[in-house]
Structures are given as structure tokens and as C-alpha cells.
Design a protein around this ligand. Structure first.
Ligand code: ZN
Length: 149
């Protein structure tokens, strides 16, 4: 299967079967965000224990890119420390060309090895309007984490 088809499959899978949907009973931090260009809306709740994201839940509606990016992100941040999450966000932003610097999110020799499913979003950077869709969950998650600082 061509890599682009594989990426499309991964995005569709997260869109159709979004991970970590819903709400938490007792969130330690929360934030919500919108992407008015596309109409994507998203609310995130985080539970933290000893500086680690122990649980995460998302309620969202919008396009397939925003939804699947949110789903992938929840899988990627669960069980990670705030420092690890910041490093992950940095790799994501470089992969999406939101920040300058080498694309640290992708090793062409080993697809999926660095950022896992998230790498499937790299095709989106060819469509600047959609980058905002992909980034919504990540920006909102950072906002929620700031609450805890
Ligand atoms: Zn969108």
C-alpha cells in the first residue's frame, strides 16, 4: 500500500473511531477552542497525577482532519509528563511547518517510528487552511496545560 493511502486510512480510522471521547468525572484542567475558518469546535479535559496526564477526554465536532488529529493527540499525550508533551508539540509543529526547523516528526526510513499515527497528518501541510484544523486540538491542549502551571 502506498504511504499516502496508508495515511488516509489512519486518518479515517481516527475520524470514524475517535479515541478518548467524552468527559472526565473530575478534570484538573480544561479548555475549549474553535477554528472559525472551518467551523471546528473542541473541548478538552485533562486529569493530572504527579505531573503526568493520567487521563484525557475530548468533545468535538468538525471536519475529519480536526477530529482525527484530536483523537491521535489524546493517545499520544496519555501517560506522558508535561515536559514530554511539550517536546511532542514541538515535533508536531515542525512536522506541520508551523515552526521553523528540521522535520523531527518523521524518519523516511521508518514511517510511524517517531510520532506514530500522528505522522499521517503530514500530508495536511500542503493545504495551509487545513493546518489550522490539525492544530486546533494541540493548541487547546496547551491552553488547558497552562491552567496547571
Ligand atoms: Zn476543519
Amino acid at each position: 500500500m502506498a504511504l499516502e493511502d496508508l495515511y488516509r486510512e489512519v486518518i479515517l480510522d481516527h475520524y470514524r473511531n475517535p479515541r478518548n471521547r467524552g468527559r472526565l468525572e473530575r478534570p484538573d484542567a480544561s479548555a475549549s477552542g474553535v477554528n472559525p475558518l472551518c467551523g471546528d469546535e473542541l473541548a478538552i479535559e485533562l486529569a493530572l497525577r504527579d505531573g503526568v496526564v493520567s487521563d484525557v477526554a475530548i468533545e468535538s465536532q468538525g471536519c475529519s482532519i480536526s477530529q482525527s488529529s484530536a483523537s491521535m493527540m489524546t493517545e499520544a499525550i496519555k501517560g506522558k509528563s508535561i515536559e514530554e508533551i511539550k517536546a511532542l508539540v514541538s515535533k508536531f509543529r515542525k512536522m506541520m511547518s508551523l515552526d521553523e526547523g528540521e522535520d523531527a516528526g518523521f524518519d523516511p526510513e521508518r514511517p510511524g517510528a517517531v510520532l506514530g499515527d500522528i505522522e499521517a497528518l503530514q500530508g495536511v501541510r500542503q493545504y495551509p487552511v487545513r493546518i489550522k484544523c490539525a492544530a486546533l486540538a494541540w493548541n487547546t491542549m496547551l491552553e488547558a496545560l497552562q491552567e496547571t502551571a
